[in-house]
Design a protein around this ligand. Structure first.
Ligand SMILES: O=P(O)(O)OC[C@H]1O[C@H](OP(=O)(O)OP(=O)(O)O)[C@H](O)[C@@H]1O
Ligand SMILES: Nc1ncnc2[nH]cnc12
Length: 173
């Protein structure tokens, strides 16, 4: 196990049966509260944005990672939000996730044509959220150069839905 993996795994709390019975929730708040771990994660994710123009973060937990990653990498930040939260004209996509379903949106003018984009989120579970985000970003005229998550839950096989992108996970459990 690498030093970074240990730093991450030691600071993720498992919460059983949240938000529904049978779900083991991976709570990243202890990691966020630890400067050493949070900054190491941001540094590592920012390395994946070499030459990218924008970092996309997915509401809500994705924002916490994607915004500092964009700042560190010298890229712009674009929010993908749950339906009804963005004020201007949007594209939208619906999807299923481990414990429900949702609709996400991005502003129609969020990207310049051909922008190179890294998608950042905290957890990859079923892959529904990431898949929908890729479609949104491509539909808005940008190029997805990669997707990066802090933690991948391998048993949910989300990676199989993302076989057309370069997916990096800092830890896989
Ligand atoms: O791979 P999937 O099965 O799609 O699940 C992963 C998504 O689930 C969580 O978000 P959630 O929708 O719970 O929103 P939150 O960030 O507002 O808590 C997580 O932050 C990912 O975005
Ligand atoms: N088990 C889980 N823990 C934290 N976030 C999630 N998003 C989807 N599944 C999750």
């Amino acid at each position: 196990m690498t030093e970074l993996s240990k730093l991450i795994l030691d600071r993720i709390r498992d919460v059983p049966d949240y938000p529904k019975p049978g779900v083991l929730f991976k709570d990243i708040t202890p990691l966020l509260a630890d400067h050493e771990a949070f900054s190491a994660v941001v540094e590592e994710l920012a390395r994946l944005c070499q030459g990218c123009d924008k970092v996309v973060g997915i509401e809500a937990r994705g924002f916490i990672l994607a915004a500092p990653v964009a700042f560190r990498a010298g890229a712009g930040f674009v929010p993908v939000r749950k339906k009804g939260k963005l004020p201007a004209e949007t594209f939208e996509a619906s999807y299923d996730l481990e414990y429900g379903s949702a609709v996400i949106e991005v502003h129609r003018d969020a990207f310049a044509p051909g922008d190179r984009v890294l998608i950042v989120d905290d957890v990859l579970a079923t892959g529904g959220t990431a898949r929908a985000t890729i479609e949104l970003v491509r539909g808005a005229g940008a190029e997805v150069v990669g997707a990066a998550v802090l933690m991948e839950l391998a048993f949910l096989r989300g990676r199989e839905k993302l076989d057309d992108v370069d997916l990096r996970s800092l830890v896989i459990v």
